[in-house]
Ligand binder design. Sequence first.
Ligand code: TRP
Length: 457
Amino acid sequence: MATGDIVREQWATRFGFILAAVGSAVGLGNIWRFPFQVGQEGGSAFLLMYFFFILLIGLPAMLVEFTVGRRTALSPIGALREVGGGAWKYVGALFVLIGFVILSYYSVVAGWVLRYFVGSFTGAYMDEPGEYFLDIATGLDAVLFHAAFLAITVGIVAFGIQRGIELAVKLMVPAIIAIMLGLAIYAATLAEVGEAYSYYLSPDVEVLQDDWRSIVPAAAGQAFFTLSLGMGVMITYASYLGEDRNLAEDSGVIIAFDTGIAFLTGLIVFPILFAAGIGAADPGAGAIFVALAGAFAEIQGGTIIGILFFGMFAVAALSSAISLLEVVVSNVIDEYGIDRSTAATAIGGGIFLLGVPVALFADANNEPIMVDLYDILAAEILLVTGGILLMILVGWIYAEQALDELRKGIGDLGALGEVWIWMVRVPVIVVLIVSLYLAVTGYWAFLTTDFADFLGM
Ligand code: TRP
């Protein structure tokens, strides 16, 4: 087990690196967050914007993180200190803070998944799927499962993750894909499938025109969140790369996997939601849980499928949570020389406390209100801010070195290198700034309406 970074650990194979990055990317963001964002933001209009942002922002931003990580072979604080000097290390510190915030509520939602996994053995959620979610989403149960999920995450990270992750993802990712395909086929047989597909798949330009002020920041935030960008996960993972591979090709593969799995989730969830008569208007944070629990109650062999699905879902969440905690832990190890298990345990304790309010408080309808408060702040505001700062640094200050790094393993980039850097320099930064502005405005509206109501103000 590594203590400190005397010899930096490395991925055993290129496939292992790709799968670990896919493991980080594929998680609650694809299976939980994506469908409820689609539902809240007008269906296919959101989907279109999301695809656009994955290509316009996600791909260039992932290349930025990969080149910085591989070139410096350091975790984010050290990497940004080396790349930008002086004050840029505080951006690395911001990344650590973001990881802290995201994992605190991520773990609460993952705790729900764990609860459903346990419940699927007895069919606990099948009688009253809607009620069941509201019962377990907040309260003592939620706190305990939040603690349990975080304890598993801490345990793995404390042990040193390279061999653990690389091995686990090789089993996990194929299993996820197989189970998702099976469920998508099942969903395609439901009577309401036509209505659901057209809601999900036929782009409605009018919705986009009317609601772009909330769709744009939601889609940009989701693009960052689902690809694990904006807080240095991909810097950290690329810092464990040995020989020089083709980073552009790797990014393409990772993005294709992540986007494919999110897309597949929509093909599963919307037919089931329509079939259950819930529709997709505003399904909220409980959508996926309620929809799938309802479906598993109906179908042949639902118990087994439920066990498989929620087991897979929990593992997917775990391999993402590990990457979030690893960023915080590896920075603390590098900066303060604290040993890995102490760091992981102490940080895990802090993250647990920050997540407790999310697991405790419900609004008048018993919905878990704090999730939105944390989630919008993290995805639409913090990650996008992290992204903007990193794009400025690499696009305008570190461009030559970044280009040089990208060339390794590719050779001559031709005009594409310039295209990438100029994408980062102007359109990506401009779109992100607009998106951040809209997000802050929207968040303020949320705080002064829904959230103020909850506080009784
Ligand atoms: N991408 C993961 C998901 O979709 C979550 C995640 C892991 C993440 N690491 C991250 C999100 C870093 C933002 C930043 O579930």
